[in-house]
Design a protein around this ligand. Structure first.
Ligand code: RFL
Length: 386
């Protein structure tokens, strides 16, 4: 079994497989250091924690993760908070930085005797329509090499070799570019409140998300095409203060900006998630805008489903799970996409010829979330659920 990519999807899958005694190797383009320091997600759903616990992979997050169950909206019509642990299915988030989760998964995989090749980039998956697919790679010295396996799992993200190797027409890509961009920041500053805060403002969206006691993630909506470097630290903090309405609700803790990048809000789904012996999971299967914090959660869920199906096939000759894999994951993916799409329209004025109509709808959406208990229950169920 060859797994492409050592992100949350590839490493969860690797652990599930090796635990069942299945021989597998993970091929990873970057170095071990890069894999363990890539800062991205932080909010893990209860279902994600349950999956990781089932496979003995949750020790670190149980010890160092922090529970989170409150989010706040700051709007032109005032401020309101939702304690979502008391709504919907009563679930909470665990805040645990993705690089720590990836480091834990990697440590468990290696401790179980797992094989991983860092700085080994897959360039193509060949013969996926047979039962002996091949993966062409370049090793750390640039030398070409190849791997053969019964199955290949493409867990190598949206720009990986798995997606690029799909023959035209084999898989359909549903794509939406929301036309919006965020400047994503990590600041060396403690969180300013024990909540995720979403600010909706005439100048654009701003967000505050706790990561650790010392580091906070912020987002500032910016013009499409802006470079992250064109924002000075002064401008960032001024804009955050304005949009988060600190004059009304109190100051933000400020600190050095230690990481920044532009995120264009785009979503896509590949359908089906299988081409012969090649399976897609995580961002390789579907990309979600970070508005609803679902990507890493779906990656772990899909990896578990794929892992169990592969175990049944390889150890017991039962291929029913692999046949169901795509449909089973797609129903969850589309539900997450729908919620993420709704969040984008809750938090932004979407540009277009009917912008005043969209603006009024956005305010009405926020008003029903503020006042309707059934809307709040629906929100909580989808916000924490995967
Ligand atoms: P990853 O994490 O991108 O890992 C893919 C791995 O594959 C390697 N790779 C290759 N290896 C071999 N050959 C090739 N040709 C290769 N090409 C790539 C890469 O080096 C990498 O190691 O995908 P995976 O495992 O599917 O996991 C997906 C998640 O990382 C992603 O969905 C989340 O980070 C999305 N996301 C969030 N998700 C959440 O659930 N909660 C959050 O709070 C959250 N916040 C975020 C986010 C994503 C963000 N960005 C950067 C878009 C915040 C941000 C800013």
């Amino acid at each position: 079994m060859v797994v492409l990519g050592a992100g949350p999807a590839g490493l969860t899958l690797g652990n599930v497989l090796i635990d069942a005694g299945i021989d597998c190797v993970i091929l990873e383009r970057t170095s071990r250091r890069q894999v363990q320091t890539r800062t991205r997600a932080g909010f893990l759903a209860e279902n994600t924690v349950r999956i990781l616990e089932r496979h003995g992979l949750a020790d670190g997050l149980r010890r160092r993760g922090r529970e989170h169950s409150r989010c706040e909206f700051r709007t032109e019509d005032g401020r309101f908070a939702l304690d979502y642990a008391g709504l919907g299915r009563g679930e909470r988030h665990t805040v645990y930085p993705q690089q720590e989760l990836v480091s834990d998964l990697l440590a468990c995989f290696l401790a179980a005797g797992g094989r991983i090749r860092f700085e080994t980039e897959a360039s193509a998956v060949l013969d996926a329509d047979t039962d002996r697919p091949r993966v062409l790679v370049r090793d750390r010295d640039g030398r070409p090499d190849r791997w053969r396996a019964r199955y290949v799992a493409g867990c190598d993200g949206r720009h990986g070799a798995a997606r690029n190797s799909l023959p035209p027409g084999a898989v359909r890509r549903h794509h939406s570019d929301h036309g919006l961009s965020w400047l994503g920041l990590l600041a060396e500053a403690p969180p300013s409140m024990p909540a995720v805060a979403y600010a909706v403002h005439g100048r654009g969206f701003a967000g505050h998300m706790a990561r650790t006691a010392e580091v906070t993630r912020y987002y500032v909506q910016c013009e499409r095409g802006t470079s992250a470097e064109s924002w000075s630290e002064d401008r960032i903090w001024d804009e955050l203060a304005l949009r988060m309405r600190t004059a009304d609700y109190g100051p933000l803790n400020q600190g050095r900006v230690i990481q920044r990048g532009i995120v264009d809000l785009e979503s896509d789904v590949l359908e089906p998630l299988r081409h012969g012996s090649l399976f897609l999971a995580g961002d390789a299967a579907s990309l979600l805008s970070p508005s609803a914090a679902k990507g890493a959660n779906l990656a772990v869920l899909e990896a578990e489903i794929l892992g169990q199906a592969l175990i049944a096939d390889l150890l017991r000759g039962d291929s029913a799970g692999l046949e169901r894999y795509s449909d089973q994951c797609l129903s969850v993916i589309w539900r997450a996409q729908e919620f993420s799409h709704w969040m984008i329209r809750l938090l932004h004025d979407v540009p277009g010829p009917d912008s005043s109509f969209q603006h009024a709808l956005r305010r009405s959406r926020l008003a029903s979330l503020r006042t309707s208990r059934s809307r709040q229950n629906w929100f909580a169920e989808n916000y924490v659920g995967v």
